[in-house]
Design a protein around this ligand. Structure first.
Ligand SMILES: C[S@@+](CC[C@H](N)C(=O)[O-])C[C@H]1O[C@@H](n2cnc3c(N)ncnc32)[C@H](O)[C@@H]1O
Length: 274
């Protein structure tokens, strides 16, 4: 397939794009040769640690789906999914609406291709919208008139930051962003967050190699953070059981015993505003 001929206008198919790489990990078809090549490099790096990158991506989706299901069953009917990614199977609005009919969802992403795909999927779905926005400017997201018309921020809502903050490479910026989001939350709001962990289990050269691959992508970089830093994103929130854990161990549908190599994957948690 000649990728350059099927790339939408304004999209450079020769620069690996993180949303399309993730789509490739998940077995999707919305990706180009450059995305697949960069993704394969990451899969090879993962194999050095005994990790299956595709499995990690699927487990991250599983976490997101179980967290949304839990919140919808607990009465949350408004979801703001920032860094939403290309539509795939069992997207947030599908899971939320199954467990909380009428739930309203806003997908936010800074990638125009993600928005085009999301809007096409949602054409006949008035309870769900997709807007352009950047996680690094949460006020602009929360104050966007389209978002404000869709979500009642005076009532409990959930914010999803699932596998997005590790693309915010400036450490202080990530803290400021999440602190600002917490400030906008009212009692009963929830934060669903997953993030790549930096641990002693991950060799320095593996981290360096991964950073090199992502430095050449649309994100411009990748940053793992230590457990304590990820936990600090939940300051002032009550972290639900079982805490900040490898995503596959967050309320699994079938019992999951944490293996050593789970600690080299993605960690996630859900916190509630008391
Ligand atoms: C790895 S995907 C995660 C998708 C989905 N949240 C999930 O976990 O299944 C990361 C997404 O974050 C988006 N993204 C990266 N940086 C962003 C930013 N600064 N603002 C908004 N979205 C961003 C990318 O375009 C991509 O769609």
């Amino acid at each position: 397939m000649d990728d350059s001929r099927r790339a939408p206008e304004g999209v450079d198919p020769t620069v690996p794009n993180i949303a399309r790489m993730y789509d490739y990990y998940l077995g999707g078809k919305d990706n180009f040769a450059a995305d697949r090549e960069a993704a394969e490099k990451m899969l090879a790096i993962g194999r050095q640690m005994g990790n299956d990158g595709r499995e990690v991506a699927r487990e991250n989706r599983g976490f997101l789906q179980r967290a949304v299901r839990h919140l919808a069953e607990s009465g949350i009917t408004q979801f703001v999914d920032i860094g939403a990614g290309l539509p795939t199977q069992e997207n947030v609005h599908q899971v939320a609406r199954r467990h909380a009919p009428g739930a309203r969802v806003v997908y936010v992403d800074n990638d125009p291709v993600v928005l085009t795909h999301a809007r096409a999927l949602l054409a006949d779905n008035p309870e769900t919208i997709a807007v352009a926005g950047d996680v690094r400017d949460p006020d602009a997201v929360f104050d966007d008139p389209e978002v404000r018309a869709h979500i009642d921020f005076a009532r409990p809502f959930a914010v999803l930051l699932v596998s997005v903050l590790h693309f915010v490479t400036d450490d202080e910026d990530a803290d400021r962003i999440v602190a600002r989001i917490r400030e906008r939350m009212v009692p009963g709001c929830h934060l669903v967050l997953s993030h790549i962990l930096t641990t002693d289990e991950v060799a320095e050269e593996v981290v360096a190699e991964s950073k090199k691959v992502y430095a050449a992508t649309s994100s411009g970089g990748l940053v793992g953070r230590p457990f304590k830093r990820i936990e600090a994103f939940f300051d002032g929130l009550e972290i639900l059981e079982p805490g900040l854990v490898p995503v596959q161990a967050w309320r699994p549908d079938v019992p999951w015993e944490v293996q050593a190599d789970d600690r080299t994957g993605i960690f996630g948690a859900v916190g509630g505003m008391p």
